[in-house]
Design a protein. Structure first.
Length: 134
């Protein structure tokens, strides 16, 4: 009966450490802007300025840093187009495109389970709203 006790103990563990693979995924995708940059490139290559417009709020420096990180991970490749003017475009590699099913499922999950931004915050806590009864 020793073998039967082990599964009960395992079931009692409420928190278990995540697997190494999922840890690596969220270390990469968990960085601000990274997922949005990948999503922006899912429809095809883009130039730096186009990517900056596609990811509102990102600074040039942050976009450059994230694109460099994604290139090191072999998810994005950089291509210099002959000029003048000299232009650089970015495209997903095969590894980057392999994220499409996961990104699609994450989008479906968010649509089903995460409220829209306007719904996430009760009206009394939104900018410009006054607390009631205070």
């Amino acid at each position: 009966m020793r073998g039967a006790a082990a599964p009960e103990a395992a079931q009692g563990d409420m928190c278990t450490p995540p697997e190494a693979g999922i840890t690596r995924v969220f270390q990469m995708l968990g960085k601000r802007w990274t997922g949005l940059i990948i999503a922006a490139l899912m429809n095809g290559p883009g130039h730096f300025a186009e990517l900056r417009r596609s990811v509102p709020g990102i600074s040039e420096r942050m976009l450059s840093d994230r694109l460099s990180e994604l290139a090191v991970l072999n998810l994005v490749e950089r291509e210099v187009e002959p000029g003048p003017p000299l232009r650089v475009s970015y495209r997903l590699t095969q590894g980057g495109h392999a994220l499409r099913p996961a990104m699609t499922e994450l989008t479906r999950w968010a649509d089903a389970h995460l409220p829209e931004e306007s719904e996430a915050c009760p009206s009394e806590f939104r900018d410009g709203a006054r607390p009631s009864g205070g």
